[in-house]
Design a protein around this ligand. Structure first.
Ligand code: FAD
Length: 561
């Protein structure tokens, strides 16, 4: 049969017609199920809701959500304790469909190579820029080195596939447009260059236009020559497809015996007298659709819903916490001729006084093997804590204990609300002008707007002042016994998933007998990891050690220094 005929199935099509004929033999739908196959747990007809629930299944670990965080913690635990029963519940139809999905985040392997928001300005008494701080940028870079070490280990062990499937070497460029920003980029370079982590950083000053054109041609093409630009470059930056990485990690988790349950929403968490957690989940099952498992340890890697999960568990450590969900759109360019000219990631400082997430960037991406450019994000306000969440999420999470901190934090961050509102009401032309600020010759026909993921930023009480504040980082929040833990916040995000997993294990198991047994294995996974110090921080940051780390992890991940 011709392809055309198969695609336009008409009434005289023999395939469709055959379905109209009377079925030969007994159809499965027409006969009664054999009596001897019924089980005591089967729902008793129309009174199913009165039937007793099945006994809870006993497990060691429950992971809520199948994003990059649960995938990392789950895989690590399965490697450390192969005999532990670990079950991962995911409410959606697949792994990594929320923030960890390739198109829902920017895919930047955040190493501080180009992100202006990790270096704070320090001014002279006359208000001119003196220098920038480097403590945060060093911390972010060291955390990403932990991720690189663990991923290299996983590739070597055969737990992750060819690194080409999830990580790509990409020049990381910090861009300054205009006199003030150029000065900032220069000072940033001077402060960072002496550190071994950033020693390969190069600079192209405003008068080195040819060099800049070579590094990032789209940025320079058609630009007003009277407007100065300045760039720094580190060539061993990365673009990470966190979606593919998460899927590969969950595959490895299952290969080691981990149990993934899709279409299953965790709805309740109750601590029992012996300290274990009774975890209730719901599915659209043929039975009652309510399941209970009893777990010794729960990891709430539920993205924006982690706060709601910890509130359900009723742990005191989460009192006063709230989330501020921020979402937005990306502009995506799929024109291969344009993409081929910008195989780099370019970040520039946001407008003066604007919050960190307003920092725009033009990124080369490879997602599931497809190359594209992403610009943005254009911010937007939402009430949902997840992209596929509910408009009642914010209302559900609002409690008497977090009401005042929320009001105080919001009133102190009006600039963020103003920025988001400006983006919400920005016309298509306004968005094009934003793209052209970076890429002056952008053709509107090349750019499509798509939704980005949701970042649920942390609102909490400032321990010093007692006032509510907005925090842009991530925080591992756990109960005193270390039997339940959740990850709140969204930045730097997926890049730090390995330090977050280490922090989780250290905080929850550090004082338990099994941890001593895990130490050699953890050292094998992340050779720079130590029990003292913050998860991910480097003890020895000499040029020799740093070069060794870049070389070894670069070889394994095909990201060459
Ligand atoms: C616009 C944007 C840009 C970003 N850019 C970067 C970047 O460039 N680099 C970077 O490193 N990070 C970036 N991030 C951050 C990064 O994407 C996130 O930090 C990371 O993906 C969070 O992973 P997660 O596993 O915690 O959450 P998610 O990926 O959101 O996964 C949570 C999962 O839990 C499931 N779930 C929730 N509640 C339940 C429940 N009750 N029962 C069952 N399942 C549940 C959800 O369905 C979801 O699958 C960005 C984020 C955004 C939004």
């Amino acid at each position: 049969m011709s392809l055309e005929k198969r695609l336009s199935a008409s009434f005289d099509d023999s395939i469709n017609a055959s379905q109209l004929e009377a079925a030969r033999g007994a159809s499965i739908r027409n006969v009664e199920a054999p009596k001897n196959l019924s089980k005591p747990s089967d729902p008793p007809g129309c009174c199913a809701c009165f039937a007793p629930l099945p006994e809870p299944t006993e497990v060691d670990v429950v992971l809520i959500g199948a994003g990059v965080m649960s995938a990392t913690v789950g895989l690590m635990l399965k490697e450390l304790e192969p005999s532990w029963k670990c079950v991962m519940f995911e409410r959606l139809h697949a792994v990594a469909e929320e923030s960890s999905n390739g198109f829902n985040n920017a895919g930047t392997g955040h190493a501080g190579f180009m992100e202006p928001n990790y270096t704070k300005e320090v001014n002279n008494p006359d208000g001119s820029l003196k220098t920038v701080t480097t403590d945060k940028v060093i911390h972010v870079c060291e955390q990403f080195l932990s991720s690189r070490q663990y991923w290299e280990y996983l590739v070597r062990k055969g737990h992750l596939p060819d690194p080409d499937t999830f990580i790509h070497q990409t020049n990381h460029i910090a861009l300054g447009i205009g006199k003030d920003q150029c000065e900032f980029i220069k000072k940033r370079y001077e402060a960072m260059k002496p550190n071994p982590l950033f020693s390969s950083m190069e600079i192209a000053m405003p008068n080195e236009i040819e060099k800049q054109k070579k590094w990032a041609p789209l940025i320079l093409k058609g630009r007003d020559p009277s407007e100065p630009t300045c760039m720094t470059k580190i060539s061993h930056g990365t673009d990470v497809d966190f979606g593919t990485l998460t899927k590969s990690k969950v595959k490895a988790f299952m290969k080691l015996g981990g149990d993934l349950r899709l279409f299953t929403t965790v709805t309740g968490l109750k601590k029992e007298a012996d300290g274990r957690w009774l975890v209730t989940s719901k599915t659209q099952a043929a039975g009652k659709g309510v399941n209970k498992v009893r777990a010794k340890f729960v990891f709430a890697g539920a993205g924006g819903w982690a706060l709601i999960m910890l509130q359900k568990a009723g742990i005191s450590q989460v009192r006063g916490y709230m989330a501020l969900p921020v979402t937005g759109d990306w502009a995506v360019c799929q024109n291969p001729k344009v993409v081929a000219q910008h195989k780099v990631k370019v970040y520039a400082p946001g407008a003066p006084g604007a919050p960190p997430m307003s920092m725009p960037h033009l990124d080369y991406r490879t997602i599931c093997g497809k190359e594209a450019l992403l610009f943005g994000p254009f911010g937007s306000i939402t009430l949902k804590f997840l992209r596929f969440g509910s408009v009642f999420d914010a209302l559900k999470a609002l409690k008497p204990h977090n009401l005042f901190p929320t009001i105080q934090a919001l009133s102190k961050n009006l600039s963020l609300a103003v920025m988001l509102m400006k983006d919400v009401f920005k016309s298509g032309h306004g968005k094009l002008m934003d793209i052209r600020h970076y890429y002056p010759e952008a053709d509107p026909e090349d750019w499509t707007l798509i939704p980005a993921g949701v970042r649920a930023q942390i609102i909490k009480r400032d321990t010093k002042t007692g006032w509510g504040m907005l925090q842009f980082g991530t925080e591992v929040v756990h109960n005193e016994e270390g039997t339940i833990v959740g990850l709140l916040g969204a930045s730097p995000g997926a890049s730090t998933c390995v330090s977050i997993a280490l922090d989780t294990l250290q905080k929850c198991f550090g004082k338990k007998p099994e941890f001593k047994k895990w130490e050699p294995k953890l050292k094998e996974m992340i050779p720079t990891w130590t029990t003292d110090g913050f998860a991910g921080d480097l003890k020895d940051c000499s040029q020799r050690v740093v070069d060794g780390l870049y070389t070894k992890t670069g070889k394994g991940l095909k990201v060459y220094p």
